[in-house]
Ligand binder design. Structure first.
Ligand code: ZN
Ligand code: ZN
Length: 425
């Protein structure tokens, strides 16, 4: 039990750079955000390198890091986390992949990495079911599951061997660096055959099974009625499964309870964040998807946050809104999305909570600057509001204001211990 309850809100891809069309302000600075500004004015601000200076993170590793788990020590790759979050079993010694439905020509040249971004969930579900039913791997079993849009995951288990995650990406857009993948500036346009990254039986067999899976699933998908209908409607067929970010085990994370003696609940919607929250032993507070109707979605999350605070010492809330706009390079859209989060999510919360009784932190998992349409190493803005802090006089919540803040420049893993400390003072 902590003295004060903790509300820890992560806005996916919030951080950005000054944008000329916003008068030289970042989307967060340009957005009208009276409620987050009030939190900043009553608390302290700073900047945070979510994994470390100079590292442009993917969400999964960043989230582990900002929940206090050093990535070098715990991270085992995106494939296992994504699969676990999607509800698949990920036993030790399996080969777990993160996948995309893609469109390829007959020579496996990639026409579109995401099937034109218009593969409906029902279509992808049907395609995935056909793959699960019709592909047969020698002396191995697999689970293939569609998650959202063009995304899916795959877990292969050999009946005879332990498999290894040391198998290179088949998606040419990403290069493996240890357990991480890095997006390439000028990627090749052809599917890459799965290759072992280490000279071991477990990596070699993993690569062979993966190649077998890609070949067979291509044949199943190529002739599937869903894709025939898509072609007839002048849409790209989802005829290939691109795999990347292999891993062979889940990260072993000591729970929040063990580490900090506190009970935490989570409000999350992306499979990978669901997976991480579960691995840290957090409870789950069910929430509405914010994709279809963000206005209603954010309001629902505010209700569930207020109700959830009654049941846990703290809540971790991960809202995915701003990131997509960063990837699309849509600075106005990003600013509008941040305004919506402020009014619909933070509005009811700031009105309902008596600040001295809570510790509220707002930050991001990484920056997704509209200028580069990708995650960057720019540090993210951070605010902490609590009865235990002297207001430092920040005027608003924004990158340049945070750069002058009292909290200085922090590393991601330092944040949760700081929040726990404040909750106990
Ligand atoms: Zn993210
Ligand atoms: Zn992103």
């Amino acid at each position: 039990m902590t003295r004060r309850k903790i509300l820890y809100v992560v806005l996916d891809g919030l951080g950005d750079r000054p944008v000329a069309s916003l008068g030289g302000k970042t989307p967060l600075e340009a957005a009208d955000t009276p409620f987050m500004d009030e939190l900043a004015q009553k608390g302290e601000t700073g900047l945070m390198d979510t994994i470390g200076p100079g590292i442009a993170p993917e969400s999964d590793a960043a989230v582990m890091s900002i929940l206090g788990y050093e990535v070098e020590e715990y991270y085992t790759g995106r494939g296992p986390l994504e699969s676990f979050g999607a509800g698949l079993e990920v036993p030790e010694g399996c080969l777990a992949w993160r996948c995309n439905f893609a469109t390829v020509d007959e020579d496996w040249k990639i026409v579109d990495r995401r099937v034109g971004r218009n593969l409906a969930d029902e279509e992808a579900g049907e395609l995935a079911a056909a793959v699960q039913e019709q592909v047969e791997l020698p002396a191995a079993t697999f689970d293939f599951k569609h998650t959202l849009g063009h995304r899916a995951c795959l877990v292969i288990q050999s009946l005879q061997h332990r498999l290894s995650g040391d198998v290179d990406n088949c998606d040419p857009a990403y290069a493996r660096h240890g357990v991480f993948s890095v997006a390439l500036e000028n990627p090749g346009d052809r599917v890459v055959e799965a290759k072992p990254l280490k000279d071991s039986v477990s990596a070699r067999i993993g690569a062979e099974l993966t190649n077998d899976f890609m070949r067979q699933s291509y044949e199943v998908l190529e002739r599937h009625p869903v894709n025939q209908r898509r072609r007839a409607a002048n849409k790209m067929p989802g005829n290939f499964i691109l795999v990347r970010d292999a891993g062979d085990s889940l990260p072993r994370l000591p729970s929040f309870q063990q580490r900090y003696g506190t009970t935490f609940g989570s409000l999350v919607e992306m499979p990978v964040e669901v997976g991480i929250a579960r691995l840290t032993g957090m409870g789950e507070v069910p929430v509405m998807s914010t994709g279809a109707d963000p206005e209603r979605g954010f309001a629902d999350w505010a209700d569930k946050t207020l109700a959830g605070l009654d049941h846990f010492d703290g809540l971790y809330v991960h809202l995915k809104g701003p990131d997509v706009f960063g990837h699309d390079g849509d600075a106005q859209g990003k600013a509008r999305n941040i305004e919506l989060i402020d009014s619909r999510y933070f509005g009811p919360i700031v009105k309902a909570l008596t600040l001295p009784d809570f510790v509220i932190a707002v930050t991001a998992d990484h920056s997704t600057p509209c200028e580069i349409k990708a995650h960057s190493a720019d540090p993210v803005p951070l605010l902490i509001s609590s009865g235990g802090l002297e207001p430092e006089g920040a005027l608003q919540f924004g990158e340049s204001e945070c750069a002058k803040g009292q909290l200085g420049r922090r590393r991601g893993p330092e944040l949760v211990p700081k929040l726990i400390e404040l909750a106990n003072t």
